[in-house]
Design a protein around this ligand. Structure first.
Ligand SMILES: C[S@@+](CC[C@H](N)C(=O)[O-])C[C@H]1O[C@@H](n2cnc3c(N)ncnc32)[C@H](O)[C@@H]1O
Length: 380
């Protein structure tokens, strides 16, 4: 084996010990550390495409639906026969399924048929969320975010770094994200469906925090999309009147019900009046200056409601010291997304506190909501 350090050939060696000594004498890493580094690098390098695309593939082939409808773990031959996979691709399908199992999207179980024992695949909590037609299906999130124009955006990171105030969306799409959606109806629909699918989780979380809505008679869901969260609130609290307030392009074709109304407008101009304003996944899209403006408009919207008035924010709170590493990883990934794509950010509790105070509010209270998101009540 030829060994090069800083581009110069040092010697031929086949022995790890030689390599180790050479590295040590040049004051660089130990061989074991180098090999570990290579594993780490390749893991992330190959995962770049395969981690996301294998999930997309799984949804496109309807594998979660097939396993769900099979009502028991499914063997590879059975799955191959349902999907009519050509023999030449069976080995590739097996490879993808094994990797999806490695990543927690499938579980490999042993099933017994008379004297035979075979492998079969079952769903995990993560892939249960990809079964279509259920109340909690996140497939639209995958479809919207693994869209070629969205995925392509990240190849502009270097250009973004030197483009002063421009966001990654500005650099790659030629406009901010909301203007891009306004001009691309298909993407607009796909994004709204993705947001709606995420908001279905609200139903589950609302059960644990009914007290938050006690005494609230009217609520406006600012940036409420197509109204999934508002509908969940209306179902859980039939006496609450909800207004979904969003960009005109999002709400113009939607019709309300007895206690649900859609209003189009711009939250930077004014927000309809209510006892409470809800902001779910809104403030992380914006920088502190923009957030202050939105929060000031929220304060105006609840003014005159006395003690009943409040703003309910549903967002992540970065808590590196206390959250377990996997959860922190997701929040940091969301922060990279928000920071680069929109010039927004995910915030720590300190950052939330500063924002709330600077927007003119007196106090706030953070409670747990879903695993990723907290519920922050802000009082004038
Ligand atoms: C990240 S999405 C969140 C949607 C929804 N709250 C949810 O969690 O499912 C942000 C929402 O803000 C809306 N939005 C963006 N700019 C807005 C503006 N200036 N005024 C009102 N809504 C706006 C978008 O149309 C979008 O529906």
């Amino acid at each position: 084996m030829n060994l090069y350090i800083k581009g110069e050939k040092v010697r031929n060696t086949t022995q790890n010990t030689d390599l180790h000594q050479i590295m040590a004498s040049n004051n660089v890493l130990k061989a074991s550390e180098i090999f570990e580094g290579q594993v780490h690098l390749y893991k992330h390098l190959y995962a770049h495409a395969v981690d996301c695309m294998s999930i997309k593939w799984m949804i496109e082939l309807g594998i979660p639906d097939i396993i769900h409808n099979h009502c028991q773990p499914i063997s590879l031959p059975k799955l191959v026969s349902i999907l009519q996979i050509p023999p030449s691709k069976v080995r590739g399908v097996k490879s993808l399924l094994r990797y999806l199992a490695h990543n927690g999207f499938l579980q490999i179980v042993r099933v017994h048929h008379s004297t035979e024992e075979n492998e079969a695949f079952s769903l995990t909590p993560a892939s249960h969320l990809l079964v279509k037609g259920t109340d909690l299906c996140l497939a639209p999130m995958v479809e919207a975010f693994i869209n070629p124009s969205m995925a392509h955006t990240w190849s502009h990171l270097k250009k973004w770094t030197y483009e002063d105030d421009l966001t990654l969306y500005d650099v790659s799409l030629g406009s901010n994200f909301w203007d891009f959606l306004s001009k691309n109806p298909a993407m607009n629909e796909s994004f709204n469906e993705a947001m709606a699918s995420d908001s279905q989780m609200i139903n589950l979380a609302l059960r644990g925090c009914k007290w938050v809505f006690e005494g609230v008679e009217t609520i406006v869901d600012v940036g409420g999309g197509t109204g999934t969260t508002a509908k969940a609130i209306c179902d859980a609290f039939p006496n609450v009147k909800c207004t979904v307030f969003d960009r005109p392009q999002v709400v113009e074709k939607l019709s309300g019900t007895k206690n649900l109304t859609y209003v189009g407008g711009d939250m930077f101009e004014s927000i309809p009046k209510a006892d409470a304003v809800l902001l779910k996944w809104i403030l992380h899209d914006w920088n502190d200056e923009d957030c202050k403006k939105i929060l000031e408009n929220c304060k105006e919207a609840i003014s005159g409601k006395g003690e009943r008035g409040k703003v309910i924010v549903i967002e992540a709170v970065i808590n590196e010291g206390q959250d377990e590493q996997g959860l922190t990883g997701v929040k940091l990934l969301m922060d990279v997304q928000m920071t680069c794509l929109n010039n927004g950010k995910e915030r720590t509790e300190e950052e939330w506190k500063k924002l709330v105070v600077e927007a003119g509010f007196q106090s706030y209270k953070i409670s747990s909501f879903t695993r990723c998101l907290s519920l922050i009540q802000i009082y004038p």
